[in-house]
Design a protein around this ligand. Structure first.
Ligand code: TPP
Length: 685
């Protein structure tokens, strides 16, 4: 294996000549190595390799104040190579973040600690985003850098003027999502984005040459980035590179040629140091090599004081920023605060309510994607921080409102992002926009391509951030495009993600109400699954009641006791209603339940849920696979839906061929009622 720029650690760290920044970096190295050793698991190699780069970044460039990790105008640092979490934890401790004590470092990876295996947003202060799935961090960083520019365009340099730094490794850059992210950032000329690439040429299997021959510099350059390579252990060279790259008008890649595990004499530069404790012998040798006589987790006072001074370096800047904020007139300050808090303006509720009333009066026969567009036309003008977009399906997703202007390279005042055909990049960028603060992002694609977004959706759910996915063409009802475009397993797959709200509204009124739920769910991402095909408007509208917020509700209750309950979602609710009409003609009393959001329904009190689903046999109707339906249908229930892929044909033909019709639902109901009558002892679960 060839390792360029390797200098023997001892040469760099001779005590007499030891520049203090080398000692500062060594403190990071040893804290990481000792914490991994104590936990008996973790990744020492990356923190040891990137300690010099991180020390330069923190001590000379990163704008932050350890006293206030939430200061809105701080620089953002994303540790895309999340397995190197100890790098971040060590830095948070050294710079004096209150919550990150030495005890927390000793409890690395233990239950309830602030130092989980990979950085977790919302769990540890100072962690800007959850990372671990490689590539997500860099793509999230693109969203943060974009949000910074968009907020700057609205509030100016005095309030919004910061950088986004991303530390990414070979793994992040190998992942496909990095391509979407790099390409989007280059196109949008996100000059405040600086990626520090841990160019150590090692991954888990060994040297990167086993699997990769990319020239990353040329690759980034081709996407419009400013690029350069430095010796990642030469602090002056690193500082010069960062200083220069901060002045370019493009996003920047600094490939820092490092030695993984730098300082561990027999393991550095090899994959052995990537993801396993060094072992007591190697740690002892590391202490010798780095001239580090201190016990584990012990940082000499003078060194800690130097690091703490780094943690306070941004204090004056923060105070001046606060003064500038205070000097604003009340209106400006309120609008800045509202943006950061993601508050919904007062006019919003009125605008949505008026639209719902119009839907109730007009009873339009429109697709729920069209209803969603009408919602956007009504609310986009009154929610200035709503930022839309689509992965090149704007005219299909109907995500653009007339009041929205596009965000363009170098001109960020707009509120609509053309993400290009980059679903995964879009989903991760939306996470970054939401995490940065100041905006409520929504973005569109076809529901079938939720698979392309899934890793980022999962992270949004894990982090608990408000990101709204508008996913149209939500079933075989899209028709002729055929099975490649017809989602069948996607609703089940999305419902399996914890903390994600999956909405499938049945008509225009429910669509407006689903939007309302999604916008008010400040700590959850949402998916709005919307139809391509037109649907009648039949649900009730009330000025005070959002029926979608209850997850499921009774739409039709027979005059006397139910014989059967038909539960349906989205486009199939209308089919269930027709089936109920047929059943009445056969003297079977059917209730119809609309269930636009299983997750919200599951949270309702047990009595309400029991009342809605009833004791009679239940039939579920959804043009998708059965998935999570079993919970609502019980042992005596039946499901009318899909059991395999769809096909290419007009929608009405497909519904007939796959047996999702009022006749089929009525037949299934009749059979269930007959079964229940034959076996009255089998009560519905
Ligand atoms: C999406 C994803 N795939 C696989 C992994 C497992 N994994 C963690 S680190 C790693 C290798 C990363 O190599 P590199 O970025 O060069 O990190 P280094 O070895 O330099 O620490 C892999 C495959 C992961 N965390 N995420």
């Amino acid at each position: 294996m060839t390792l360029q720029s390797t200098t023997a650690p001892a040469e760099r760290t001779t005590p007499a000549a030891q520049p203090s920044h080398v000692a500062m970096a060594n403190a990071v190295r040893l804290l990481a190595a000792d914490a991994v050793e104590k936990a008996k698991s973790g990744h020492p190699g990356m923190p040891m390799g990137m300690a010099d780069v991180a020390t330069v970044l923190f001590s000379r460039f990163l704008k932050f104040d350890a006293l206030d990790p939430h200061w809105p105008d701080r620089d953002r640092l994303v540790l895309s190579a999340g397995h190197g979490s100890m790098l971040l934890y060590a830095l948070l401790y050294l710079t004096g973040h209150e919550e990150m004590t030495i005890e927390e470092l000793k409890r690395f990876r233990q239950w309830g600690s602030k130092t989980p295996g990979h950085p977790e947003y919302g769990h540890t202060q100072g962690v800007e985003t959850t990372t671990g799935p490689l590539g997500q961090g860099i793509a999230t960083g693109v969203g943060m850098a974009l949000a910074e520019r968009m907020l700057n365009a609205r509030f100016g340099d005095a309030l919004v003027d910061h950088f986004t730094y991303v530390i990414a490794g070979d793994g992040c850059l190998m992942e496909g999502i990095s391509h979407e992210a790099i390409s989007l950032a280059g196109h949008l000329k996100l000059s405040r984005l600086i990626v520090l690439f841990d160019d150590n040429q090692i991954t888990i299997d060994g040297t990167t040459s086993l699997s990769n021959s990319d020239d990353q510099l040329i690759r980034f350059m081709a996407s419009g980035w400013s690029v350069r390579r430095v010796d990642g252990h030469d602090q002056e060279a690193i500082a010069q590179a960062i200083a220069d790259e901060r002045t370019t008008n493009r996003p920047s890649l600094i490939a820092c040629r490092t030695v993984i595990g730098h300082g561990a004499p027999t393991r550095q530069g090899t994959e052995k140091v990537h993801g396993a404790p060094l072992g007591s012998e190697e740690i002892a040798k590391t202490r010798d090599a780095l001239h580090w006589p201190h016990a584990p987790f012990e940082i000499p006072d003078d060194l800690l004081a130097r690091w703490r001074a780094v943690g306070a370096r941004g204090r004056i800047a923060r105070h001046s920023w606060m003064e500038r904020l205070d000097a604003l007139d009340e209106l400006e300050r309120d609008s800045f605060d509202d943006a950061l808090q993601g508050a919904l303006p007062r006019d919003y509720a009125e605008a949505l309510h008026t639209l719902e009333e119009r839907f109730a009066q007009e009873r339009p026969q429109i697709a729920t994607r069209q209803a969603s567009q009408r919602v956007l036309e009504a609310i986009a003008p009154v929610i200035p921080n709503l930022v839309g977009g689509s992965a090149d399906l704007t005219h299909s997703n109907l995500t653009l409102a007339r009041s929205q202007q596009p965000v363009r390279p170098g001109a960020y005042g707009g509120s609509y992002i053309h993400y290009g055909v980059r679903e995964h990049g879009m989903a991760a960028a939306m996470n970054g926009i939401a995490l940065h603060g100041g905006f409520i992002p929504y973005g569109g694609t076809f529901l079938v391509f939720s698979d392309y977004c899934r890793p980022a959706i999962r992270l949004a759910a894990l982090m608990g951030v408000r990101v709204i996915h508008v996913m149209t063409h939500d079933s075989i009802g899209l028709g002729e495009d055929g099975p490649t475009h017809q989602p069948v397993e996607h609703l089940a797959a999305l419902r399996a993600i914890p903390n994600l709200l999956v909405f499938r509204p049945a008509d225009a009124i429910e669509t407006a109400q689903a939007w309302d739920c999604a916008l008010r769910a400040t700590r959850q991402p949402s998916i709005l699954c919307l139809s391509r095909q037109a649907l009648p408007t039949f649900t009730r509208h009330s000025a005070t009641d959002n029926q979608v917020a209850r997850g499921a509700y009774v739409l039709i209750e027979p005059e006397s006791a139910r014989d059967v309950t038909l539960i349906a979602t989205g486009s199939e609710v209308a089919i269930a209603i027709e089936a109920a009409v047929q059943l009445r003609q056969r003297d079977i009393r059917a209730a119809v339940v609309s269930a636009p959001c299983f997750e919200l329904f599951a949270k309702q009190p047990a009595e309400y849920r029991a009342e809605v689903v009833g004791k009679a046999p239940r039939i579920g109707v959804e043009a998708a696979i059965e998935g999570a339906w079993a919970r609502w249908l019980g042992d005596n229930g039946a499901f009318v839906g899909m059991s395999g892929f769809g096909a290419s044909a007009p929608a009405s033909e497909l519904y007939a061929q796959f047996g999702i019709t009022p006749d089929a639902v009525a037949a299934a109901a009749e059979q269930a009622v007959a079964r229940a009558n034959a076996q009255p002892h089998l009560a519905t679960a």
